[in-house]
Design a protein around this ligand. Structure first.
Ligand SMILES: [Zn+2]
Length: 139
């Protein structure tokens, strides 16, 4: 086994943004831009100054202008993601779907969001990886 690199857990941009909001600690803070980085990612965010009241983006947060003093970049390392994912699965929830048993298949402004069964847990919402050696085979 090579242990020189921390395994990167699969995660969505949403996961990184949610974790950034948690790490940043400012109430109401939301990520609006995600950027890949060596060893992790950067999440740019702020506390939105309100919601769009019309047009295509109606009901979505207005990040420009941000609430004064809340615009910042948060570093999310691969280790941050792994720790978050491990905490999730220790608590008995599938990290991939957040225990929902389903993941977003498609987001459409016109049709809304459609879902598909989570592939990581086959729709059970429970973590499949059992750390006590129950899992057979591997790769
Ligand atoms: Zn799942």
């Amino acid at each position: 086994m090579t242990a020189d690199k921390v395994g990167v857990r699969s995660h969505s941009i949403r996961d990184a943004m949610d974790l950034a909001a948690k790490k940043c600690g400012i109430p109401g803070w939301e990520g609006y831009r995600w950027q890949a980085m060596e060893g992790g990612s950067l999440v740019h965010g702020c506390v939105p100054s309100g919601l769009y009241t019309r047009g295509q983006r109606k009901g979505t947060p207005k990040f420009r202008p941000p609430m004064p003093g809340t615009d910042r970049v948060v570093v999310i390392s691969d280790a941050d993601i792994s720790a978050e994912a491990d905490a999730y699965e220790t608590a008995g929830k599938c990290w991939n779907c957040k225990g929902e048993g389903k993941t977003i298949a498609r987001i459409s402004v016109a049709d809304g969001t459609s879902y598909r069964e989570c592939r990581a847990c086959d729709g059970t919402g429970k973590p499949r990886l059992v750390p006590d050696g129950d899992a057979q085979g591997g790769r």
